[in-house]
Design a protein around this ligand. Structure first.
Ligand SMILES: [Zn+2]
Length: 217
């Protein structure tokens, strides 16, 4: 899953408004934010195999350190601790929301990935494989993204148009990933992913976090 993860960010911001949205944007993609440099360093592996699934060519055959269930739980715990240390004193609920946001990545990936998500190490791989039904997969991404956006923006029309437009743009990027040309190499794929995560976090910071909270909300 790609832009659907951000639906969790928007919903989480509604639950715990003390957390800046850009932090939640990084949190929900944290496993992928680690995955990209791991691929670039050769620690984790992906192959571009055109036609590998009906909606993308990604054979994610080795990613035990970022996308195994055990790793996802450990990274979620680490993110909670890190948030506690960086934002001191943080609210206990905020720590928990950060941990759940990071872990949500694995749960949503589980729905769309083919069985390439190990439960532990590189073993016992699971995944419901919705990527093989592109229309349904895209519909689910849109449902999560706009469901979260709706929760986040409900009752706050003042600064909604820009954020809504950004949501539509994100869905456009998702459609391009599904139906556009495949990346030229595993490294190109990792760099593109990393760049998109950075740009998305920057844009949402600019749209929602940059002004003082009292003015923004
Ligand atoms: Zn992922």
């Amino acid at each position: 899953m790609f832009v659907g993860h951000y639906g969790v960010s928007f919903a989480a911001e509604r639950v715990e408004p003390s957390i800046p949205l850009w932090v939640l944007f990084v949190a929900v993609q944290w496993l992928d934010v680690l995955w990209a440099p791991f691929v670039l360093l050769g620690i984790e592996k992906v192959r571009i195999v055109p036609g590998f699934t009906a909606s993308n060519p990604f054979d994610l055959y080795y990613m035990p350190y970022t996308h195994s269930l055990v790793a996802a739980l450990l990274w979620s715990g680490a993110a909670m601790l890190a948030y506690q240390v960086v934002v001191r004193p943080s609210r206990r609920r905020a720590d928990l929301v950060i941990g759940l946001a990071v872990f949500s990545h694995w749960v949503l990936d589980f729905i769309v990935h083919r069985p390439d998500l190990p439960l532990y190490d590189d073993s016992a791989k699971v995944g419901l494989g919705l990527w093989n039904a592109p229309a349904a997969a895209l519909g689910l991404e849109a449902a999560f993204l706009f469901g979260g956006l709706w929760l986040c923006l409900r009752g706050k029309p003042a600064r909604s148009p820009g954020t809504l437009a950004f949501g539509v743009l994100m869905l456009g990027v998702q459609a391009y990933v599904f139906f556009g040309p495949p990346p030229t190499s595993d490294r190109a794929f990792a760099w593109t992913a990393l760049l998109l995560y950075a740009v998305f976090a920057l844009v949402i910071w600019w749209l929602r976090d940059r002004r003082p909270i009292a003015e923004a909300r």
